[in-house]
Write a protein that binds this ligand. Structure first.
Ligand SMILES: *[C@@H]1O[C@H](CO)[C@@H](O)[C@H](O)[C@H]1NC(C)=O
Length: 248
């Protein structure tokens, strides 16, 4: 039993607000933990518990109110040494370090730390960049994703528009993904365009719509100029014919 280790995940656990997560903790090699005590706590909240398990039962002694009704262990898994914690409906404030402590073990290191990062996906942000040819160039930015999402531009009938190039992407210092994509749109009946960001694995979708004012499109300026020159020409022709008339 001296070789037994309390093992956490190799990497931190990343989730989005509203998700259910598993904070892994298990004994290696697998030892029956059914009769052991397990104390899940927050590192900087040591006086308050996240979840307690003793003699095959869950206890809510001194449980931090913010975790009430959201924690459980996998009953039946403890006998395989699996004392992972399930936390439901995570929020931003659940971000932090959790300790899985097995006080009844006789080994030296009886605990492991699990890092949880909860992200919130803000609404994608659309901006008008300028004009290109007779179209208007739009830009969509969306950050706070994990894993990396797919970004698409659509017109008001739901047709996917070809983007101006491959998406630009980067990972921030927290390990979350930000995506950006440009599109050049032509004038339509509605001038409404949607930027949709989707991550299917985690079943998350965010959309933002923009209405581009008619006068943003160079084509209007163009026809305005054409119209103006036609009018000028007409005035010239009229004046000339009036002159011809008078001269006669
Ligand atoms: C523990 O059990 C849960 C539920 O069966 C499972 O999802 C999880 O992967 C298990 N963890 C380990 C470390 O075996």
């Amino acid at each position: 039993s001296s070789e037994v280790q309390v093992v956490g995940p190799a990497d931190r656990v990343i989730a989005l607000a509203g998700d259910d997560v598993i904070l892994p903790c298990f004994l290696k090699p697998s030892v029956n933990a059914e009769e052991m005590a397990v104390e899940w706590t927050r590192l900087h909240l040591k006086t308050r518990n996240v979840h307690l398990y003793r003699q095959g039962r869950d206890f809510d002694d001194d449980q931090s109110p913010s975790y009430k009704g959201r924690t459980s262990m996998f009953n039946g898994e403890q006998k395989n040494g699996n004392v992972s914690l399930k936390l439901t409906n995570v929020t931003l404030s659940d971000t932090g370090n959790y300790t899985c402590f097995l006080p009844t073990l006789t080994i030296q290191v009886k605990e492991t730390t699990v890092q949880l990062l909860v992200g919130v996906i803000p609404q994608p942000v659309i901006s008008i960049v300028g004009t290109k040819g007779w179209g208007v160039v739009l830009k969509c930015d969306s950050g706070g994703w994990f894993p990396e999402p797919v970004m698409e531009w659509l017109d008001s009938s739901g047709t996917i528009l070809p983007a101006d190039g491959p998406p630009e992407r980067h990972r921030d210092s927290e390990g979350l993904y930000a995506v950006r994509q440009h599109v050049t749109v032509d004038q339509t009946d509605t001038n409404r365009f949607t930027c949709r960001v989707n991550q299917q694995e985690i079943n998350h979708l965010k959309e933002t719509e923009i209405h581009v004012p008619d006068d943003m499109f160079p084509i209007l300026t163009y026809w305005w100029k054409v119209g103006l020159s036609i009018a000028t020409a007409a005035v010239v022709v009229l004046a000339a014919s009036a002159g011809v008339h008078k001269w006669r």
